[in-house]
Ligand binder design. Structure first.
Ligand code: HSE
Length: 321
């Protein structure tokens, strides 16, 4: 981009795990009214690097900019440019921190994806999508203590993504069920991903390993042949939810209400505390949203939305100053 242009990138919220795919399945989300619900990063050329933070949750970021994930993304991106022999330059970046931290909605992934994609676009796209995704996973690993792509991949590409475990193609797209509504509710409490991972046992029981594999296989098959009832029927979390739900006040009641009132599936979004309900009826989805808003939200930071899965993830714009 020319020196007087601003590159602006929006990166949506995402659900990691989607109950049945711990660390390997994720979905991007967008509210049904189409509004932007995710972090935004702007990049422009400058004489020296700077980061400005703004937005509803900027005050919850760690103090200073040196350890901000966007600064770390810039440093990482410059190193990658140097490695491939491309010129580097200084930029001024702005992070619009619109997502709560430790919400289970892929808040760090949203900042990372917006920052790295904005840099790649601003520097005339020296890296392909898969290389970018590998970088995004590394940065996510720096925050959460382990590399997992179930937020960064859907946030970047949109849709529902399945991780392959192969560097050559880190993620593949699954068919999206366009008739499903995804009700999400954030309680307002912050749960760090690292702490939520520490709550998990280091080994999985044989019976749970078999259920995990069977469900993921059946789910993928069901999506490909359009059997949505079959897909919903295997959305159970045998890996994390049994251990993590103790961290989430009101979880069992929220599940019971949602499943009694039209929910096809219910679970923890990522490492929580956000929960999600899947529903194929707009009115029922809205009724579940209202109940969760009244009963699951714990403080003024909490919120709820009825969402869809968007077919695209990041959205970029270039504007002349
Ligand atoms: N798969 C990750 C976990 C997602 O559940 O720990 C974190 O957002």
């Amino acid at each position: 981009m020319s020196s007087n242009s601003i590159t602006r990138v929006f990166a949506p919220v995402s659900i990691g795990n989607v109950s049945l795919g711990f660390d390997v399945l994720g979905a991007a989300l967008i509210p049904v009214d189409g509004s932007e619900f995710g972090d935004v990063v702007e990049v422009k050329d400058a004489d020296t690097f700077s980061l400005h933070t703004t937005g509803a949750f900027a005050h919850k970021l760690p103090p200073g900019t040196d350890n901000n994930i966007v600064t770390l993304c810039y440093a990482h991106f410059l190193e990658a440019l140097v490695k491939v022999g491309k010129p580097t330059r200084h930029v001024a970046m702005t992070l619009h921190k619109n997502l709560p931290i430790g919400s289970g909605l892929g808040s760090s992934a949203s900042s990372i994806v917006a920052a790295l994609h904005a840099l790649n676009v601003h520097f005339d796209e020296p890296f392909d999508n898969n290389t970018m995704l590998l970088m995004m996973g590394e940065m996510e690993g720096q925050i959460s203590g382990s590399i997992h792509y179930d937020n960064v991949a859907p946030c970047y590409f949109g849709g529902m993504t399945l991780m392959t475990g192969q560097e050559e193609q880190v993620a593949i797209q699954l068919p999206v069920v366009d008739s499903w509504y995804w009700v999400i509710c954030y309680s307002g409490i912050s749960v760090s991903t690292a702490a939520a991972r520490d709550a998990l046992p280091k080994k999985v029981e044989m019976a749970d390993a078999l259920t995990f594999g069977r469900q993921l296989g059946v789910f993928t098959h069901a999506l490909h042949c359009g059997d949505h009832a079959l897909a919903a029927s295997v959305m159970h979390d045998v890996i994390a939810e049994p251990y993590r739900k103790a961290l989430l006040p009101g979880f069992d009641e929220a599940r019971a209400f949602s499943m009694r009132n039209g929910g096809l599936a219910f679970g923890i979004s990522g490492s929580g505390p956000t929960v999600f309900a899947v529903c194929d009826d707009a009115e029922k989805a809205e009724a579940i949203r209202q109940w969760l808003q009244r009963n699951y939200v714990q403080n003024e930071d909490g919120f709820s939305h009825v969402c869809r899965i968007p077919h695209r993830g990041v959205v970029e714009q270039q504007v002349k100053e």
